[in-house]
Design a protein around this ligand. Structure first.
Ligand SMILES: *Cc1c(COP(=O)(O)O)cnc(C)c1O
Length: 397
């Protein structure tokens, strides 16, 4: 089908819930994608941090095909090998104790919030269900995770939202103390605020929050849906912050493109969920679990080292271009934000870049780059050349 045919069909039959770019994608290889007209794009999105190994990875295809041929799905009432194995890999590489699977980031965060509330209920009884989150955070699109998200623009239309969330300012420990109370059971945060603008939290602040959690028996909940699975240069970002979270959620990049997510918890939280208290039909699906096993095996120390180097390279090159419409770069590993200044919005710059063959994202008021972790030197250089060519004509403020 041509782009026009696909678009016409989609416009008629699909809800208009996304502000789409006018491109229909067809296939990809590595960090390169082609649209249905055969036009080529370098990918700085990974499908929003999902395709960690890029497109068309042969081992990934094989892992999926083999598991699909063996057993495509079975209920959580039975054991499967890939399920147990991916749990083991996650725990042994992070020091966490046990996991519960889900299908998405929002569901992982829901599980994390439920776990914190039940932990507190089991120990202290009712009235201690409030979770402190940070302003400018993003935790998902379900009614509860929208409520957890500390941005007013997400708190509209869908009333009533779930109660029991209070917001503190990032990098401001006093502000966390100010909203604290006897009703609090946990603090939940991203270590690099992704949707909010790729803003890494200060290590001192994060450690301060961790100490506070320890003192008051609040659970420390880390949302690693975007920062996890190698994105920031360590398997999980918390491993760079010298903290021991109680629960960590993950999703996006974990299965390299298949829907998969969940939470990992420490020993203290092992027995919070008991049979019947939480569950999901698809969570831990064996095909997704087999893909996740493959992805985790590929993300070894050598690859993580490359993530750091590639991230530093892209940021250095972008800063050296000194383009009038861009400000400074920020982020961690291959999670990169670029400030936008001047007369064009970040969305307009992203549209121009996509038009010229570079797929990128926006976050906050800036641009966001989340290339596949396996992006090659040639692909990075091609992307950077497109960036320079496209954006040098845009004026600054
Ligand atoms: C994307 C994201 C989510 C939501 O994940 P979904 O899979 O879209 O539900 C939650 N938290 C963070 C930090 C995210 O980046």
């Amino acid at each position: 089908m041509t782009f026009e045919e696909i678009k016409a069909l989609d416009d008629q039959y699909v809800m208009h819930a996304y502000g789409r770019f006018q491109v229909a994608m067809d296939h990809g290889k590595g960090a390169t994608v082609w649209d249905v007209n055969g036009k080529k794009y370098i990918d700085f999105t990974s499908g929003i941090g999902v395709c960690s190994l890029g497109y068309g990875d042969e081992g990934w295809q094989q892992a999926i095909a083999d598991q699909a041929a063996k057993l495509g799905h079975i209920s959580n009432l039975f054991y499967t090998e890939p399920y147990a194995k991916v749990a083991q890999k996650l725990c042994t590489r992070t020091g966490m104790s046990n996991v519960m699977f889900a299908n998405s980031g929002a569901e992982g965060n829901e599980a994390m919030i439920k776990l914190a509330r039940k932990y507190s209920y089991d120990k202290y009884g009712k009235g201690r269900g409030t979770v402190i989150t940070l302003r400018n955070s993003f935790h998902g699109r379900t009614i509860t995770t929208l409520a957890a998200t500390g941005q007013d623009k997400f708190h509209d239309y869908f009333f009533p939202f779930t109660e029991g969330f209070r917001y503190a300012n990032a990098n401001d420990l006093d502000s966390v103390e100010e909203v604290a109370g006897h009703d609090v059971c946990a603090v939940m945060m991203e270590l690099v605020q992704g949707e909010g603008g790729v803003l890494p939290l200060d290590k001192k602040f994060v450690q301060g929050v961790a100490d506070l959690c320890q003192k008051r028996d609040w659970l420390l909940l880390i949302d690693e849906v975007q920062t996890g699975v190698g994105r920031t240069g360590t398997l999980f970002a918390f491993q760079q912050y010298d903290i021991s979270p109680d629960v960590v959620s993950f999703a996006k990049g974990i299965a390299g493109g298949l829907p998969f997510g969940g939470v990992m918890a420490n020993e203290k939280c092992r027995d919070v969920f008991t049979p019947g208290t939480h569950g999901t039909t698809f969570g831990g699906n064996p095909v997704s679990a087999a893909a996740a096993c493959y992805v985790l095996d590929r993300i070894d120390d050598a690859l993580l080292e490359q993530v750091k180097e590639k991230g530093a390279y892209i940021r250095q090159k972008v800063e050296e271009m000194d383009l009038p419409c861009l400000g400074k770069t920020l982020g961690l590993g291959l999670m990169i934000g670029v400030e936008v200044k001047g007369e064009k919005t970040n969305r307009e710059l992203a549209a121009a870049l996509i038009d010229n063959g570079l797929l990128c994202l926006t976050a906050g008021a800036g641009l966001r780059f989340l290339p596949p972790l396996v992006i090659t030197q040639e692909e990075m250089d091609e992307a950077l050349a497109i960036l320079q060519r496209t954006l040098s004509s845009f004026k600054g403020v």
